[in-house]
Design a protein around this ligand. Structure first.
Ligand code: NAD
Length: 484
């Protein structure tokens, strides 16, 4: 492992590094050891105001929106190249900050962040309008224009990727941004500020304000200079954010919580299905909005699949995220570990049978929890219905396709769903019937910037990725020119 100083730990406003006006700083903890890694500035209302003003002035001056899409795309391409050139350091930083296995950080987080910028670099000059046929004696056409200043608020679990899913399309469309990363995992956002500047993104286009949700996030959310709020986080906070933005009549995108069902039918390739089932609930230590923590299994293969899981899950390598063989690292923070413990205790009280796991793993003072499989829970138990957000899988049997669909759609969430089946007809039937923003067939978590994702029901609205995300950072203007 290389060692590097985690600097500057300050706010990035107008292309310069600043301390918070009141000097406030917050601690960042290494979740694999429970020790303080470093501190970063905590932005107060005055700092947020300075960041929004910088973004506003830069937008109004046309330093970014005034470039052609192709020129913006060229700069965003450079961002992707710089992410790849600094992949090792970025992966180490993300691993230290979030507790993610280093192998995962390289293969998933860094790779996808680079892909995000590359994808939207390519789309930056595809922001075209349309001509409209009308009975008017006029030429009528539409233009797609940037919205202005985007407030991007991101969660703790995929800091680098989820910043990219917002910044890349917002920048491609010509907006300026104030990014508030999660207070627990802000380091890659600060690193990226440096890379964006190095790539040639003009000062003031991207501003980063670190700090807490109630202080920094709230100040940003309520700032009158913000034209759009792009939020990813919990459903509880999302409801509040959408309410405030609604009062201000600002557009929002809401990427919220999930509790996806993973359906295994008796005609599935069970060996392959088991791999997908395990990946779906242990990936990123279960701290994945699109995880598959609710396994629904056709009765004829229920006992067999439970038996395979009981043997296979305890063999998943849990431990030090710095070791290349580690698949499951610690939870990203102590509060997340405690939440998982509370849900597993609740599941026991609700009648759940712990098939494996069900306890912490004592290692180096870190926030580790053993991957856990729980059977025999009734569908209305809280451990089934609510988002646990840890490496916990509940398993329920079903007797018909209709029952499987009813169980799958029975929670308030609707972010993702998965189907394991050998029947093409069943796969398409279920893709139609499952209430989710994305449905995977015969695998899990297949994601790409070209494919939109997002929620229905309490999982939110709006889409990230794809041309859909780019469009959501624009407004349509109609122009009608008289031909008289
Ligand atoms: P969170 O809602 O606690 O925080 C998300 C962000 O909002 C953080 O930056 C936080 O500081 C900020 N925030 C908190 N209070 C705020 C306020 N009053 N005003 C403005 N900002 C405020 O979420 P979290 O615990 O960081 O992340 C986990 C949650 O995010 C899970 O529910 C997960 O499902 C969800 N998530 C969803 C997606 C998706 O794409 N749908 C992706 C990742 C995570």
């Amino acid at each position: 492992m290389t060692t590097f100083e985690i600097e500057p730990g300050r706010l990035f406003i107008g292309g310069r590094w600043h301390d918070a006006a009141d000097g406030a700083r917050g601690e960042v903890v290494d979740p694999s050891r429970g020790t303080v890694l470093t501190t970063v500035a905590e932005a107060g209302p005055a700092d947020v105001d300075a960041a929004v003003r910088a973004a506003r002035e830069t937008f109004d001056a046309g330093h970014w929106a005034g470039l052609s899409g192709r020129e913006r795309g060229r700069i965003l391409h450079r961002v992707a190249e710089l992410i790849r050139a600094n992949a090792d350091e970025l992966a180490e930083l993300e691993s230290l900050d979030v507790g993610k296995p280093i192998t995962l950080c390289r293969a998933v987080d860094v790779t996808n962040a680079a892909n995000d910028y590359e994808h939207y670099a390519a789309l930056a000059h595809c922001l075209d309008g349309a001509t409209r046929d009308t009975p008017l004696n006029a030429l009528a056409y539409t233009r797609r224009e940037p919205l202005g200043v985007v407030a991007a608020i991101t969660p703790y679990n995929f800091p680098l990727i989820l910043a990219g899913t917002k910044l890349a399309p917002a920048l491609a469309a010509g907006n300026t941004v104030v990014h508030k990363p999660a207070d627990e995992t802000p380091l890659s956002a600060l690193y990226m500020a440096r890379l964006l500047q190095e790539a040639g993104v003009p000062d003031g286009v991207v501003n980063v304000v670190t700090g807490t949700g109630p202080v920094t996030g709230e100040a940003l959310l309520r700032h009158p200079g913000v034209d759009k709020v792009a939020f990813t986080g919990s459903t509880t906070v999302g409801r509040h954010v959408a309410g405030v933005a609604g009062q201000a009549l600002r557009p929002v995108t809401m990427e919220l919580g999930g509790n996806a069902a993973h359906l295994v039918f008796e005609d599935a390739d069970l060996e392959k299905a088991v791999g997908a089932v395990i990946k779906a609930f242990v990936f990123n230590t279960g701290q994945f909005c699109m995880a598959g923590p609710r396994l629904l299994v056709a009765r004829p293969v229920y006992a067999t699949l439970l038996g395979i899981l009981a043997e296979a899950v305890p063999g998943v390598p849990v431990g030090d995220p710095r070791k290349p063989e580690t698949v499951v690292g610690p939870m990203a923070g102590e509060r997340h570990l405690r939440k998982v413990e509370e849900y597993v205790e609740l599941a026991r009280r609700e009648g759940g049978r712990i098939v494996c796991g069900g306890e912490r793993l004592d290692l180096d003072g870190g926030y580790y929890y053993r991957p856990t499989v729980i059977a025999d829970l009734p569908n209305d138990s809280r451990a089934v219905q609510e988002e646990i957000f840890g490496p916990v899988l509940t398993v329920q049997p079903f007797d018909s396709e209709d029952e499987a669909v009813a169980l799958a759609n029975s929670t308030p969430y609707g972010l993702a769903a998965g189907v394991q089946t050998g029947s093409l007809a069943r796969a398409h039937r279920l893709a139609d019937r499952l209430q989710a923003g994305i449905v995977w067939v015969n695998d899990w978590a297949m994601l790409d910037p070209a494919v939109p994702f997002g929620g229905v029901k309490d999982s939110g609205f709006g889409r990230e990725y794809g041309p859909e995300a780019l469009a959501s950072y624009t407004k349509v203007k109609s122009v009608v020119v008289s031909l008289d």
